[in-house]
Design a protein around this ligand. Structure first.
Ligand code: NDP
Length: 244
């Protein structure tokens, strides 16, 4: 299946590393003009070195006012990938107020805010668009030490559905991908211990974690016109974990 984003403009958040970086590069390879948003300038520098057409934006997305200022002039956007998130793992009884606020600020509130900015433009132009939120299998299945992370992703799934409901009449589709573990920097943080990793892969019918490319391909599909009638779904990219 050939997917082309020629003539389209895209924003990818958390594009400095991991899934977001690979998504930004894949979109650019498919012809999109990509704005890459992340908070570490060195990552943006190396990204632009790798793909000179990418437009870098350096901002801490957990900061509402800074995000507003950074994205005010982002221009006409057709495709948005809300990928940036953090995972702060701790036992439920040890969760602190700060950890809770930081996680919800980035994983939920920033998604709402960036989407408001981008979808507001899509609506005003009447051009439609496609938004993909990067959620997780953790939105639908309890994981030890993931009380806050699971809660943010559960909230994100519901945000995805309400956005699909309200933005659908403007021909803006909103879906999420819900991956299992991917061995990025974030994945390594929680799943490097071989014993713990085995306890997860043994519950995945395909018997392995997801690769970055598995997630990127699902994101591209949901962004593209190949999924024109798909709106409000949470698409597992989990080898069957959530089905069992
Ligand atoms: P990484 O930690 O590898 O990359 C996250 C990216 O987001 C980095 O570039 C990071 O920048 C950026 N970022 C973090 N905080 C902010 C912020 N406040 N403002 C702007 N940018 C920020 O994560 P992954 O690629 O693994 O994860 C991507 C998405 O996939 C997330 O939504 C995650 O929840 C989801 N996911 C990941 C899974 C996994 O196992 N890896 C499994 C299921 C879902 P910096 O490095 O500078 O902080």
């Amino acid at each position: 299946m050939e997917i082309s984003f020629a003539g389209k403009r895209a924003v990818v958040t958390g594009a400095g590393k991991g899934i977001g970086r690979a998504t930004a590069l894949a979109l650019a390879r498919c012809g999109a003009r990509v704005t890459a948003v992340t908070r570490t300038q060195a990552d943006l520098d190396s990204l632009v070195q790798e793909c000179t057409s990418i437009i870098p934006v350096c901002v801490d997305l957990a900061d509402w006012a800074a995000t507003e200022a950074a994205l005010r002039d982002v221009g006409s956007i057709d495709l948005l990938v809300n990928n940036a998130a953090c995972a702060k793992l701790q036992p439920f009884l040890e969760v602190t107020s700060d950890q809770f606020d930081q996680s919800f600020n980035l994983n939920v509130k920033a998604v709402l805010h960036v989407s408001q900015i981008v979808a507001g433009g899509m609506k005003a132009r009447g051009s439609g668009g496609s938004i993909v939120n990067v959620s997780s299998q953790a939105s639908q299945c309890a994981l030890r030490d993931h009380a806050v992370y699971c809660s943010t992703k559960g909230a994100l799934d519901m945000l995805t559905k309400v956005m699909a409901l309200e933005l659908g009449p403007h021909q803006i589709r909103v879906n999420s991908v819900n991956p299992t573990v991917v061995m990025t920097e974030m994945g390594r943080l929680g799943w490097s211990d071989p014993e713990k990793a085995r306890s997860m892969t043994s519950r995945i019918p395909l018997g392995r974690f997801a690769e970055v490319e598995d997630v990127v391909n699902s994101i591209l599909f949901l962004l593209s016109d190949k999924s024109n009638m798909t709106n409000g779904v949470t698409l597992p990219v989990d080898g069957g974990f959530l089905a069992c």
